[in-house]
Design a protein around this ligand. Structure first.
Ligand SMILES: [Zn+2]
Length: 134
């Protein structure tokens, strides 16, 4: 899997074309070729609705030859609202101490899940790997 940032969503397929989202994405935090892909909704493992995939989101993708995406996960979005709209927050209510997302000041994104704790007051972002004060 590798992280990509969605540069542009070209269209959302439906009906005869199948449930897909067509997008252009660039590797996140590294050099590499642009991805121009049509992704089947069912390869996402945490997506509520493909219409909620928007530019600026960071996706974890498995890309095979011919730019075919065989696995996808939404990792981060520009706003908490965009992230919440796209991703099912499946944390059970009894685990109320867990957080659904955090904002990384380094990559300026809302990231699904919890940052890695490196000390009592310091966290490490799961997307960019930078540390920040919680
Ligand atoms: Zn970050």
């Amino acid at each position: 899997m590798a992280l990509y940032r969605v540069e542009e969503v070209l269209n959302y397929g439906g009906f005869f074309a199948g449930d897909t989202v067509s997008l252009i994405a660039v590797p996140f935090g590294q050099d590499g070729p642009k991805l121009d892909a049509v992704i089947d909704e069912h390869v996402f493992d945490n997506l509520k609705d493909r219409h909620r995939v928007v530019a600026g989101m960071v996706l974890d993708l498995t890309v095979e030859a011919g730019q075919k995406v065989t696995a996808a996960r939404i990792v981060a979005a520009r706003t908490r609202e965009e992230l919440r709209a796209a991703v099912s927050c499946d944390t059970p209510p009894h685990q109320g101490y867990r957080i659904c997302a955090y904002r990384c000041p380094r990559c300026d994104l809302w990231v699904r899940g919890e940052p890695e704790r490196v000390s009592e007051r310091t966290c490490r972002c799961r997307v960019c790997g930078e540390t920040f004060t919680a």
